[in-house]
Design a protein around this ligand. Structure first.
Ligand code: ADP
Length: 150
């Protein structure tokens, strides 16, 4: 069974993430959405809220599950027996960062990172833009799945 983890902060999950996940399940038998607990980051939504938004969105898809982890992504992959990391690419900035990350992970483990290029309809969406809109009381609903609420 081919399994991948899709790691990130998902603060909150956006339609960009949803696009990558929906396309990822056509390539893998199972996708574990892995919420990294990074203590140096200030999150807008609690871990429970972030998990809840994702679980509600994918409740009817048995190939998608949500977990949280702390520490290195490669260690978490070993722990859950996953050989692939799924990531999305939006632009050259993502590419440079992701390249260094994937090569480091590959250097330290046998893990392969699989990239999906963002869809044109969602390429501009990021969790940080969504948080910015929310903090100014704007209409963020068009950028996130229905399960995301304040
Ligand atoms: P991180 O905290 O690692 O930046 P995010 O939660 O922001 O994580 O994103 C997780 C993954 O989703 C990353 O691979 C990121 O490139 C990808 N991603 C985020 N937004 C989009 C989008 N609009 N289109 C495609 N991929 C995206």
């Amino acid at each position: 069974m081919k399994k991948a983890i899709f790691p990130g902060s998902f603060d909150p999950i956006t339609l960009g993430h949803v696009d990558i996940i929906n396309r990822g399940v056509t390539l893998f038998d199972e996708i574990i959405i892995a919420i990294g607990e990074n203590s140096s980051k200030d999150f807008m939504f609690s871990l429970e809220q972030r998990i809840n938004f994702i679980e509600r969105k994918f409740k009817d898809n048995p190939k998608v599950r949500v977990m949280n982890y702390s520490g290195l992504t490669i260690d978490f992959c070993k722990e859950v027996g996953v050989d692939f990391i799924l990531r999305g690419l939006r632009n050259p900035v993502d590419f440079e960062f992701e390249k260094a990350m994937a090569q480091t992970n590959r250097h330290l483990s046998a893990l392969e990172t699989v990239f999906l290029l963002t869809s044109s309809q969602t390429s501009f969406i990021s969790s940080s833009i969504v948080r910015e809109i929310i903090s100014h009381g704007g209409d963020f609903k068009k950028l996130v799945p229905n399960s995301v609420s304040l």
